[in-house]
Write a protein that binds this ligand. Structure first.
Ligand SMILES: Nc1ncnc2c1ncn2[C@@H]1O[C@H](COP(=O)(O)OP(=O)(O)OP(=O)(O)O)[C@@H](O)[C@H]1O
Length: 253
């Protein structure tokens, strides 16, 4: 399968020395990859690095075989993303916002905009001003923005934040459909572990900026455990290793 994302030994440290360290990760065509981790683990940082919003200290990122440090435009051409809460021009309607966004891409016509709006269930509100939208409606609009360019890779940071139950089901169906019908690859960071369990074929656990575990969801669930049980076990195990190391004087920080 085509290699879509290749991250090699990626490190980004903020001034406070937090961030991500030595992350290596590969995504192949059709993967729906879930990124898990507690608050502050480095998920958003990793996604920002992947989309060029921040630069790494070291390591490389290639999308579709293009290194983003060298040929950013070629790398990003087939990528749709939603990182942190999107900023909108409140005075625009949903349709006008997507039309504006469409100017950044080639061949985004009226039909493509209406299709993206329909896919996220916002058709009845297409021509309403964004300032009248609820949090969940804005989230859906951001999601419509991510799928608008008909991408081959979609990167989503906590996409179900603020969505109602119907919205979450719709999101799950949308990802499932785009993945199975169009072979779109997804990288999704979320705390909604049950959603990820249903959606993803692979998951990675970030902890303290390190990718401490990576695996195939079907394999992780083979012994009847849920992804949540596995995740909690991993966290507990790491905590024990860490505490044990500290007691033994093995960790200097
Ligand atoms: N601009 C910044 N300057 C300094 N430190 C930062 C900055 N952005 C993030 N951090 C720190 O880097 C670490 C990783 O943050 P990040 O936002 O990537 O975590 P996260 O896993 O997305 O968390 P959450 O689940 O809470 O959204 C945290 O300790 C955070 O405080």
């Amino acid at each position: 399968m085509e290699l879509i994302v290749q991250i090699v030994d990626l490190t980004k440290q903020y001034r406070n020395r937090r961030g991500v360290q030595h992350v290596s990760l590969e995504l192949r065509k059709g993967d729906v990859y879930g990124l898990l981790g507690p608050n502050g683990a480095g998920k958003t940082t990793l996604l920002k690095l992947l989309t060029g919003l921040i630069r790494p200290d070291s390591g490389t990122i290639s999308l579709f075989g293009h290194a983003i440090g060298e040929s950013f435009e070629s790398a990003m051409k087939r990528v749709g993303c939603m990182i942190e809460s999107a900023d909108f021009y409140d005075y625009l309607s949903a349709y006008e916002y997507l039309r504006l966004l469409g100017n950044y891409y080639h061949r985004i016509d009226k039909e493509a905009i209406l299709y993206a709006i329909d896919q996220v269930g916002l058709t009845p509100y297409a021509h309403e001003k964004i300032k009248n939208f609820s949090t969940g409606m804005k989230m859906k609009l951001a999601l419509a923005g991510a799928i608008l360019p008909n991408p081959d890779l979609v990167i989503l940071d906590e996409p179900t934040n603020g969505l109602d139950i119907e919205g979450i089901v719709l999101f799950r169906e949308l990802v499932g459909r785009l993945s199975s019908e169009r072979g779109i690859t997804f990288l999704i960071s979320s705390h909604m572990i049950h959603e990820l369990e249903q959606l993803c074929n692979r998951v990675g656990i970030l902890l303290g900026g390190e990718l401490v575990h990576e695996g195939n969801v079907a394999n992780l669930l083979m012994d009847g455990n849920s992804l949540e049980q596995f995740y909690i076990e991993q966290l507990t195990k790491r905590k024990e290793v860490y505490l044990h190391g500290q007691l033994a004087g093995g960790y200097s920080e």
